[in-house]
Design a protein around this ligand. Structure first.
Ligand SMILES: Cc1ncc(CO)c(N)n1
Length: 230
């Protein structure tokens, strides 16, 4: 079968698949390139350069700050309490536990917080913010597609690397664990169920727009990892 080019075409070719599986299908080969990026494998094998992780962490702290804003939009747009609570609980975790991880890691890597704050925002980080925030401003389905892509991708490599020998360096261990713990798995499964329902109820135009946002996110995930090496 040739690569389907639209959500409608891919859905018709595989009527039994979950709508969210269709989003992944339409995002290849970028999805596999993101989830299997050398950054994730080196992190798990404990061979990642601390310098690379430091550059990544400074930009990712900015990414996560923007992601917290995206969650604000999604909380406002979510149709009911179950979904609002899912986003609110995740936003609480990002702005506390996960934020503490970044501050601890900057300290371990000898990066001064003021130094991190002065680092220029990388163009990929800026592209992520532009995509996610404008998607969430346009519609619930498009904003949710961006969040799902980011979190599902990190869950995929996190679970894979967590099944291997634990790295010795604290930041490597903790960054994997954050993306493999049971609470994160059920969060992502909840997002998938919400996205499946949302896609099924959406207009064809909205389905295509959500699929494009998801695919663009996978490209940026690859570029974001790449950027840490240069
Ligand atoms: C770039 C990027 N994508 C996804 C996640 C998961 O939240 C992250 N921390 N950073």
């Amino acid at each position: 079968m040739s690569m389907p080019s639209s959500y409608a075409e891919a859905r018709a070719a595989e009527p039994g698949a979950r709508p969210t599986d269709i989003l992944v299908r339409l995002s290849q080969p970028h999805w596999d390139a993101a989830c299997g990026h050398r950054f994730t494998r080196e992190l798990g094998a404990d061979t990642l350069s601390a310098e690379v992780f430091g550059r990544y962490a400074v930009q990712d702290h900015l990414f996560v700050t923007d992601l917290a804003s995206v969650l604000g939009h999604l909380i406002a747009r979510a149709p009911g309490m179950t979904a609002k609570h899912r986003f609110a609980a995740f936003a609480a975790m990002l702005t506390s536990e996960e934020n503490d991880f970044f501050l601890r890691t900057f300290d371990q890597l000898g990066i001064e917080p003021q130094e991190a704050a002065r680092m220029p925002v990388h163009e990929v980080t800026r592209a992520f913010a532009g995509l996610m925030l404008s998607a969430a401003e346009r519609s619930y389905a498009q904003g949710l597609a961006c969040l799902l892509c980011a979190e599902w991708c990190y869950l995929t490599w996190g679970v894979r690397e967590a099944a291997e020998v634990r790295p010795r360096r604290a930041w490597a261990q903790e960054w994997i664990d954050l993306h493999a713990v049971p609470a994160f798995r059920s969060f992502v499964e909840g997002l998938r169920e919400e996205m499946d329902r949302t896609l099924d109820a959406a207009t064809p135009e909205e389905q295509e727009a959500a699929a494009r946002a998801f695919r663009r996110m996978t490209e940026l995930e690859v570029e974001f990892f790449d950027a840490a090496y240069s």
